[in-house]
Design a protein around this ligand. Structure first.
Ligand code: GLY
Length: 356
């Protein structure tokens, strides 16, 4: 069993373990950081049939007492009602402050179970076990927990770092190609931010063959930003590369397009706009497009500037009349470009295919 360990240093240091065969080792890996106790495993209806028994058996063998809460898979479940059901379940199972929650699944599970852990009894420990590439390289690391409310996604939540992150790369084998590639978009984002090695792997189209390294570099890159700005007041904003326009595309499409796919288009558009504004090295957009296409990710959408502008203005990262955009200088280095929101329409226009 090969395992890569990334240590995340913040208000509470913790390890992200990345490797093959970790699901069946859950009990031992949790016992290294927590005494045997009752464990509420939170999972969804897609992931539970695949891995819940394995994880529960491993926890039992290590002396833990697992109980499980399974909710219907999908973003629609990430709401206050299911969140309250998780809290009720924990209370009915008489979990105390010395017990644990394990989030077994993708981003919806991790965000919602993490928020339940952050708030139940004013906070109990939790372990993230991401089973999708997207969750492994983004939401499971960094301590952002949340649920959606009717007014918007992730509008209610808390910062709470997990006790440990256990990422079994074997779980990615059951992802569809489309879902796997969706996760690749966030990894390519880390490449554009600062990793030539990630860009090399994705340019060659060899992410699957190098998946442990891909996850490890991605998690280390995310950790670099989280460690310097745990509570998202400055530097962590760089993780938003491709997300301002990407979120606008997601909203305009009424969340029918996948997150990573929208981020891929958002990265292309901001790179092209950057070239138009002389902030980005000429040719950067073309190189990025080739990498995204090699990984079966989209590079454009048909929405109008007006539609995207509406979506972008709803972004919760906007501060008053200014918006900070993360723009590639070239592939491997980015900068912050803060503009009045009134200029956003021009930037979106510049980002469209027809502008070059
Ligand atoms: N997903 C971006 C962040 O964790 O800050």
């Amino acid at each position: 069993m090969s395992t890569t360990t990334i240590r995340v240093h913040c208000s509470r240091d913790y390890d992200v373990l990345i490797g093959s065969g970790l699901l069946q080792e859950t009990g031992k890996l949790v016992e290294e950081v927590h005494n045997p106790c009752k464990v509420a495993i939170v999972s969804d209806s897609n992931v539970a049939p695949l891995y819940l028994d394995k994880v529960a058996a491993s926890l039992s063998a290590a002396g833990f007492t697992p109980v499980s809460f399974v909710f219907p898979a999908g973003e629609a479940s990430k709401n206050l009602s299911v969140y309250a059901d998780i809290l009720n379940f924990c209370a009915e199972q008489r979990l105390t402050r010395t017990d644990l929650i394990v989030a077994l699944g993708g981003g919806v599970t991790g965000d919602m179970a993490g928020f339940a852990a952050a708030s139940y009894l004013r906070g109990i420990e939790y372990v993230q076990m991401p089973t999708s590439l997207l969750a492994a390289v983004d939401s499971s690391v960094g301590g952002k927990t949340a649920v959606d409310i009717p007014a918007g996604k992730n509008l209610v939540g808390a910062f709470m770092q997990p006790l440990r992150v256990i990422c079994d790369i074997d779980a990615f084998e059951t992802l569809t190609e489309e879902v796997f590639h969706d996760g690749c978009a966030e990894c390519i984002k880390y490449g554009v931010l600062e990793s030539p090695r990630l860009l090399e792997i994705f340019a060659e189209g060899t992410a699957k063959e190098n998946i442990e390294e891909v996850v490890a570099i991605s998690v280390q890159t995310k950790a670099n930003y989280v460690e310097n700005d745990e509570f998202d007041t400055g530097l962590r904003r760089y993780l938003n590369l491709g997300h301002t326009i990407g979120h606008a595309i997601e909203r305009t499409a009424n969340f029918t397009l996948m997150h990573g796919h929208c981020v891929a288009i958002g990265m292309v558009m901001i790179a092209r706009a950057g070239e138009g504004l002389y902030l980005t090295e000429p040719g950067t957009t073309e190189k990025l497009i080739r990498i995204l296409e090699t990984n079966e990710l989209p590079i454009s959408c048909d929405f109008t500037t007006e539609e995207l502008l509406d979506g972008a203005l709803a972004d919760k990262k906007r501060k008053g009349d200014l918006i900070s955009l993360i723009v590639p200088k070239h592939l491997g280095e980015c900068l912050t470009h803060t503009v009045p929101v009134t200029e956003l329409g021009t930037i979106i226009d510049l980002g469209k295919e027809t502008s070059v």
